[in-house]
Design a protein around this ligand. Structure first.
Ligand SMILES: Nc1nc2c(c(=O)[nH]1)N[C@H]1C(S)=C(S)[C@@H](COP(=O)(O)OP(=O)(O)OC[C@H]3O[C@@H](n4cnc5c(=O)[nH]c(N)nc54)[C@H](O)[C@@H]3O)O[C@H]1N2
Ligand SMILES: Nc1nc2c(c(=O)[nH]1)N[C@H]1C(S)=C(S)[C@@H](COP(=O)(O)OP(=O)(O)OC[C@H]3O[C@@H](n4cnc5c(=O)[nH]c(N)nc54)[C@H](O)[C@@H]3O)O[C@H]1N2
Ligand code: SF4
Ligand SMILES: [Mo]
Length: 747
């Protein structure tokens, strides 16, 4: 690897799923300058202000540099890698041999910028017999994925919007000005806003930065989306704005949906959502008459009451108006690597909760540990995730780690979760190793960006693929006997390797379980710039075989050509190009139709009529715990100095509420919820609505201060949330809807 001071190095920003391409100028190991990469296939030079602060991730004081082992008194001592690998493998193997690999739970596998390590973890999981897994998707997106599975036949059928071309772009519980979620978000938002023929619609109880640009902002009551969605669908029906031809040609089950909608009193439902009938009917007209509509639903509904049902009703708005399988509408995109789990019929061993798209709902994990049930999870491997901070009810997570027999965390920092584990394995940063994400969510052109390291690993850190390869060796599933002939074939040439590889796997099918580690040690060993891209060779082969037309349209005759382009392309590679019609071919149901009726969720929607307000006198406020702001980037930055503004992560409160409780701008408030309390700085905002208060996400992590002491800045939102406050179906949390009370704190 060549790391040259003073030269620009191409890589990507790792702070959100947009993964904008950037170029970084180094001064020694410091990021002296960061700028957008104009050659990047998706971001084309775009970044937001946060990318400029990336040095706080790379060079913050939080960096772990050596493997750590917990001692009897709870402190940590450094150990060398050989000791760490031997003891970690032995610790897990002991649990597996005594109780079964299904008692070891795997959490994580990647954050906003790093999924390559998670890809390699499948080999370690197979070696240990791990069968229960989860990650952050199971606290936000699993309800939506499950709905996709019912509609289209597989939860890997994921829709993506075409905001760049949509006549009407709807952001539902989503503030893309701050949170992005699609390429060049602010440019696209401004383009829609200034075009008189296009409409921007925002559904949010707060007047966000995106709402300020909108043609229509429905500032509904928090948690009232179910009523609004049902009313909107009913208003579309009333005004004959549904696409009958589309429904006949492409769908089944419309009658059941129509029956549910028939009983709805639009005026009454609008009122319950805090809106007028006119507002709802006008929004229905704009959506129903548009040439094309794309809708982005995000945490505002996915972490609020009725979340799975609301994902369903939101998708019905798209489908009933025929905004599917066309430019400007929603389409089914390709995947290079599988980001979402597939359907899994099992339930969890202790509480019997359904797995949702293969994942254990995050909110039930502690219940699967803190028990003497014989099926309980007894050990845990956490990789690139900080569940003790990022999942509901942190106190319950601390208890869960106490109850585990063995736990290991792989991270770049001594996080809140790492400090509860028996071993902490230090990962090289995302600028010190090959990295990539599988946030490949675009259509009709979809792209993948493999990033090369721009620095040598810090201290004694290792990239995750190497950690997994070493664990697989130690566990005895990868041996010289298997690897040596494959490596020799790889040295002879790609064709020789392909032949030898498929032969080896045909002869010993169990090798399929360890493909990433096997590719890493064989094909990867022949790369002169490091072995970690090897697993992508397998994915490229699969892409070329499973969607030959899309890959060919992108200019690749076969998987090898695609892999080589990915391996050498530093600004991302378009790996698939589609026609809009292909969206219909991607439907997995045997009849090729969209199945509109989802019985469980139609029944839930029927129940809306009898539902009353969930407000309670003891809890006069609804707290949105975890808002995206320009001062937040999950917990990827731990160093509070990266922030120029909002350094303490203020609680946003409407002035009328402040007056009634006795709070002042710049003063402090105590926030009390069913599970905890915290003190926050108060900022008065008329963008809030009375009764609705908001705290940012990503705060409340600790960081070594200048004198070595630990400093915690702001409120850790999950000290205030409850694990049992969750969607009945998908188990996803109600973080945007936490009942709360406020008290002034004397300064
Ligand atoms: N700057 C920044 N960007 C990020 C991240 C970050 O930490 N910081 N994190 C990334 C990640 S992991 C994710 S998942 C995305 C999330 O991106 P978003 O979902 O856009 O983020 P939030 O701000 O959590 O929630 C969006 C909106 O939901 C609204 N909301 C609250 N309650 C309700 C309700 O009952 N109904 C409706 N309709 N809306 C409601 C809030 O007011 C808020 O404006 O952002 C990504 N991008
Ligand atoms: N109350 C509340 N809670 C929330 C949210 C909310 O809105 N409200 N938002 C939720 C959402 S949507 C999400 S996605 C989650 C995110 O929560 P998590 O996935 O737990 O956290 P991240 O901050 O994305 O980063 C995970 C970890 O990766 C580590 N890391 C960074 N680079 C590397 C690397 O190269 N290798 C390894 N091994 N580790 C690395 C970081 O130090 C961090 O500990 O938070 C959730 N929590
Ligand atoms: S934070 Fe997100 S939008 Fe901003 S530069 Fe980084 S990847 Fe791009
Ligand atoms: Mo997220």
């Amino acid at each position: 690897m060549t790391t040259v001071t003073g030269e620009w190095h191409k890589t990507a920003c790792v702070l959100c799923s947009a993964n904008c391409g950037v170029e970084i100028k180094l001064e020694g190991r410091r990021f002296a300058r960061v700028r957008g990469d104009k050659d990047h296939v998706e971001s084309k030079g775009y970044t937001c202000e946060k990318a400029l602060r990336l040095d706080h991730y790379q060079n913050g004081r939080h960096r772990l540099t050596r493997p750590m082992r917990r001692t009897d008194d709870g402190t940590y001592e450094p150990v060398d890698w050989d000791t760490a690998i031997t003891e970690v493998a032995a610790g897990f193997a002991e649990i597996r041999d005594a109780h079964g690999g299904d008692k070891i739970f795997y959490y994580g596998g990647g954050g906003q910028g790093n999924h390559l390590g998670g890809g390699y973890s499948s080999s370690t999981r197979a070696a240990l017999g791990i069968t229960y897994v989860s990650n952050a998707l199971a606290q936000e997106k699993t309800g939506e994925f499950w709905v996709d599975g019912q509609l289209f036949g597989s939860s890997t059928c994921h829709t993506t919007g075409d905001y760049e071309h949509a006549d009407v772009a709807v952001f539902w519980g989503k503030n893309p000005w701050q949170s992005h979620g699609f390429p060049r978000a602010r440019v696209t938002l401004k383009e829609i806003a200034k075009d008189p023929d296009r409409h921007l619609i925002v559904i949010d109880p707060k007047r966000t930065e995106t709402a300020d640009l909108a043609d229509i902002h429905l500032q509904l009551k928090p948690g009232a989306d179910g009523w609004l969605l049902a009313a909107l669908l009913a208003a579309l029906m009333d005004a004959d704005l549904i696409d009958e031809d589309f429904l006949v040609e492409r769908t089944v089950g419309f009658d059941e949906v129509a029956m549910m909608l028939a009983g709805i009193d639009v005026a009454d439902y609008a009122r319950r959502a805090g809106l007028t009938e006119d507002e709802v009917r006008e929004t229905a007209r704009v959506i129903g008459r548009a040439g094309s509509v794309s809708i982005f639903e995000d945490l505002g509904i996915q972490m609020a009451p009725h979340s799975t049902m609301n994902s369903y009703l939101e998708k019905l708005v798209v489908l009933l108006t025929g905004n599917f399988g066309k430019p400007g509408g929603m389409n089914l995109h390709t995947h290079l690597g599988p980001l979402f789990g597939r359907h899994d019929d099992r339930t969890t061993p202790v509480t019997g909760h359904r797995l949702v798209t293969g994942l254990v709902p995050c909110n039930v994990i502690p219940d699967e540990i803190i028990t003497d049930h014989p099926g309980r999870f007894r050990a845990m491997l956490v990789e690139s995730g900080n569940p003790a901070h990022s999942l509901a009810e942190s106190a319950r997570w601390r208890e869960a780690f106490e109850a585990l027999d063995f736990s290991v965390v792989i991270d770049v920092a001594m996080t809140e979760t790492a400090r509860l584990a028996d071993y902490v394995l230090p990962a090289a940063s995302q600028y010190e190793k090959w990295e990539a994400t599988f946030f490949t969510l675009e259509f009709p052109e979809n792209s993948f960006h493999l990033r090369a390291p721009i620095l040598e690993p810090e201290g004694d850190t290792l990239p995750e693929p190497e950690i997994h390869a070493r664990l697989c060796r130690e566990l005895g599933v990868i041996t010289d006997e298997v690897v040596d002939p494959l490596r020799a074939a790889a040295e002879a040439g790609r064709d020789e390797f392909m032949g030898a590889f498929f032969m080896a796997v045909a002869e010993a099918p169990e090798l399929n379980n360890y493909l990433p580690a096997l590719l890493y040690e064989s094909l990867g060993a022949t790369f002169d710039d490091g072995p970690a891209p090897a697993a992508l060779w397998g994915l490229a082969q699969r892409a070329a075989m499973s969607m030959p037309d899309s890959v060919e349209a992108a200019g690749f005759a076969n998987g090898d050509e695609l892999f080589d382009a990915i391996h050498t392309g530093r600004s991302g590679v378009v790996f698939s190009v589609d026609d809009h019609d292909v969206t219909f071919d991607r439907i997995v149901h045997a009849d090729g139709k969209i199945h509109l009726a989802i019985a469980e969720l139609l029944a839930e929607a029927e129940g809306l009529a009898g539902e009353t307000s969930d407000r309670h006198d003891d809890w006069p406020f609804i707290l949105a715990a975890g808002e995206r702001r320009s001062s937040t980037a999950n917990t990827i930055f731990r160093d509070p100095d990266w922030r120029k503004k909002d350094r303490d992560g203020a609680l946003h409160v409407h002035p009328a509420d402040a007056a009634s409780v006795g709070l002042v701008d710049g003063g402090k408030a105590r926030i009390i919820t069913r599970t905890g309390e915290a003190t926050a700085l108060v900022e008065l905002r008329d963008t809030m609505q009375p009764g609705f208060i908001s705290l940012p996400n990503g705060f409340g992590v600790d960081h070594p201060g200048g004198d070595g002491d630990s400093v915690v800045t702001g409120v850790a939102p999950n000290e205030l949330t409850a694990a049992d406050d969750r969607d009945w179906f998908a188990g996803t949390p109600h973080h945007k809807h936490v009942p709360a009370r406020l008290e002034p704190v004397a300064s």
